[in-house]
Every structure is written in C-alpha cells, then in structure tokens.
Design a protein around this ligand. Structure first.
Ligand code: GDP
Ligand code: MG
Length: 139
C-alpha cells in the first residue's frame, strides 16, 4: 500500500553533513522524498512535536538536542513507507541497530540518533501536518 511518513534528519546528522548519505539510503530502498525543508526548531515546536514523551525522563534533553542545530523535515512516500522507514532507520539505540541501518552507521548515541520516523499511521498524519501544508507535498 502506498503510504506517506514523516522523516526528520536530526541535528547530529546535519552538523556532520550527512543529509545526502542518509537520504541515499531512503532512495535506494524505493522511498521517494515528496516534501522537504531545513528548519531551526524552536523549543516550543520541538516540545509540541514530542509531546507524547513529556513524562519521560529524557524529554527536556531531547527538546534541547532537537533545537541544538538545524533539522531537515521531509515526507517519504512509498510501499509501506511507515514500516519501511523504521526498518531503514534501525533501532532507537544504535547499540541495538541492525547492520546497514542509518542508526547503526551514523548515530552517536541513543539520543543523538540521526533520524526520526513516524511510528504508525495516526502519528504519520499528525506529524506530516505538523510541518507541511498539503500544497507543499508533491508526489
Ligand atoms: P524512536 O521512535 O525510535 O525515535 O524512539 P522514541 O519515540 O522512543 O524516542 C524518541 C527519541 O527520544 C529517540 O529517537 C531519541 O532521540 C530519544 N530517546 C529515546 N530514548 C532515550 C533515552 O533513553 N535517553 C535519551 N537521552 N534519549 C532517548
Ligand atoms: Mg518514536
């Protein structure tokens, strides 16, 4: 089923100039970048985006990290894009990420783990609309 998902290239990866290498992995696996922009998130934006994690002990650190430099927010489209993106990203903790995944190859830590991907269909809809108007997505 053709699907769309939200992807974010996180500040640790933009800082190390890895956006091209990361997006090559998505494109090689058949996902298409149908919307994209580079942003400096505010504390309020990052906090709202990660509101589901508000009660977690790492929430404040996560918001600081996500505002520590530019991010690239993008919409990926393709067959089972939500699950495909999660598979290409690898496990949250790079120590547990499979060989060949983005997080195995590039992540610095469980926090600075280079990429975000929506975790399900409802999150994908919510997260895409958090950053993009319908007219900004060109499939
Ligand atoms: P994801 O869906 O794989 O990105 O993982 P989660 O939704 O569980 O967590 C969101 C983000 O919070 C992760 O991608 C990490 O950047 C960060 N994070 C998750 N777990 C931890 C943790 O135990 N410690 C810290 N410092 N950050 C974490
Ligand atoms: Mg998540």
């Amino acid at each position: 089923m053709a699907e769309r998902t939200l992807s974010i290239i996180k500040p640790d990866a933009t800082r190390r100039n890895l956006t091209g290498k990361i997006n090559a992995k998505f494109e090689e696996k058949g996902l298409r970048i149908v919307a994209q922009k580079r942003l400096q998130l505010s504390q309020d934006q990052a906090g709202a985006f990660y509101a589901e994690h508000k009660a977690r002990p790492f929430y404040n650190d996560l918001v600081s990290f996500m505002t520590s430099g530019p991010v690239v927010v993008q919409v990926l489209e393709g067959e089972n894009a939500i699950a495909a993106n999660r598979e290409i990203m690898g496990a949250t903790n790079p120590a547990n990420a499979a060989e060949g995944t983005i997080r195995k190859e590039f992540a610095e830590s469980i926090e600075a783990n280079s990429v975000h991907g929506s975790d399900g269909p409802e999150a994908a809809v919510r997260e895409i609309s958090f950053f993009f108007a319908g007219t900004e997505i060109v499939g």
